[in-house]
Design a protein around this ligand. Structure first.
Ligand SMILES: [Zn+2]
Length: 408
């Protein structure tokens, strides 16, 4: 089965995750895809393929060489973003893209002026949506590539390789992909998530991430007799927000600039609640941002002479670079493999997290590689067939280098 045929098959299955269901996995569509993947893995020869009680798919390709080699893991996620519909996806192949705007349907056109990154696909074949759903190449392109590698290795037993571990995770898009991942059972020396963009890009960096919940207690009274008594929690909430640096809002940041994003504000005179996400690649600056939340609360409490504002911080994940730079061998493996395929390796930093950032801190060093997809989480999502094929080649190249002695 060709890599694009696999992608199209997987994309047609609706697997959006859902942060509200509180089930594991969060949606039944993911279980259906997991079951299909287990069947396909078994049919290809992965005898131990199974889906565990948390919906994670695991499988092993046993080594076919005697010598001891590094055990690598290949990981992709099965869910698609709940931010946009993934129901009844109708993928379409567009051959030899000419670099112009793409009419997805009579009402929806992908405009190159909005997506300048499309230039990289000129002359190549694309898979696009019908403009009503996302595509799901994030991350089913990654799954399709890993499955194609599995198929290749079983069809070519003459190709020597060490032990390769496979895993497909649910609920990555709602931040729960690594929650139930069994690092000890997976038992790889290091792994790669395939969940990025262009094949020459590898990613060692994620944000450091936290959530801040700010609770404000006001004092409600009839506005006609409010003088010197009323404390309007909504006004205090606005004051709190104004205490934070304006230039650290997401709409003013890019690259390595961190942000505080107020994404929920509810309340009335009596009480208010604000929820922020705090992000920064740099651990020191990240801590400074968190400290400002506490300082803003202290300032307002001092100003009003009573403890109106309470801040609670929950840390979610850390920048995996902290750990990955201690493993130059893994970085060199990616870089040299990309180079040997005629590309110029490019290190990118995720302005988000990956399953890999959590796994890295759980003891499984796990940088992120590309998939050949772009414009994810919406109707303009595309996948490039040649780039997907390149990703298959890249994985095979890394597998080859590992078996030939780990001197990358
Ligand atoms: Zn993804």
């Amino acid at each position: 089965m060709k890599v694009e045929e696999r992608l199209i098959q997987y994309c047609k299955m609706a697997t959006a995750s859902d942060p509200r269901t509180k089930t594991v996995p969060s949606t039944p569509g993911q279980t259906a895809l997991a079951q299909l993947l287990v069947e396909q893995l078994k049919a290809l020869g992965v005898t131990d393929a199974h889906r565990d009680e948390f919906g994670v798919v695991y499988g092993t390709i046993a080594a076919n060489v005697d010598k001891k080699t590094d055990v690598i893991g290949l990981i992709a996620h099965m869910d698609t973003s709940p931010e946009f519909s993934g129901e009844q996806v109708k993928p379409r192949i567009l051959r030899e893209y000419d670099g112009k705007d793409i009419e997805l349907n009579p009402e929806v056109t992908l405009q190159v002026s909005e997506f300048p990154g499309m230039q990289r696909f000129i002359g190549k074949d694309l898979i696009v949506t019908d403009g009503t759903t996302l595509l799901g190449a994030d991350d089913k392109a990654g799954i399709a590539e890993i499955m194609t590698v599995v198929e290749y290795l079983f069809e070519h037993p003459e190709v020597p390789h060490g032990t390769i571990k496979i895993a497909f995770t649910p609920d990555e898009e709602i931040g729960e992909g690594a929650d139930h991942f069994d690092v000890a059972k997976f038992h790889a020396d290091y792994a790669f998530t395939l969940d990025g963009g262009a094949p020459e890009e590898y990613c060692l960096e994620t944000f450091n991430a936290a959530t801040a919940v700010v609770k404000i207690t006001g004092k409600s009274i009839h506005p006609g007799s409010a003088k010197n008594v009323m404390i309007n929690a909504l006004n205090v909430a606005m004051e709190f927000h104004q205490c934070l640096p304006v230039q650290q809002r997401p709409e003013y940041t890019e690259g390595f600039e961190g942000f505080n994003h107020l994404h929920e504000l509810t309340g009335a005179t009596e009480s208010a609640r604000m929820e922020y996400i705090i992000r920064n690649h740099d651990a020191t600056q990240f801590e400074r941002q968190i400290a400002l939340f506490d300082q803003a609360a202290q300032f307002l409490n001092a100003k009003y002479g009573q403890p109106l504002v309470r801040v609670s911080i929950e840390r979610s994940y850390r920048n995996m670079k902290e750990i990955l730079i201690q493993h130059p061998k893994i970085i060199e493996l990616m870089r040299s493999s990309i180079e040997e395929l005629g590309m110029t390796p490019r290190s990118s930093s995720a302005r988000g997290g990956t399953d890999g950032s959590r796994l890295t801190f759980m003891g499984l060093p796990c940088p992120n590689l590309g998939t050949g997809g772009a414009n994810c989480h919406g109707r303009y999502e595309v996948a490039c067939i040649q780039e997907m094929e390149m990703m298959v080649q890249l994985l095979l190249k890394m597998i080859e280098k590992i078996v030939h002695g780990a001197h990358f």
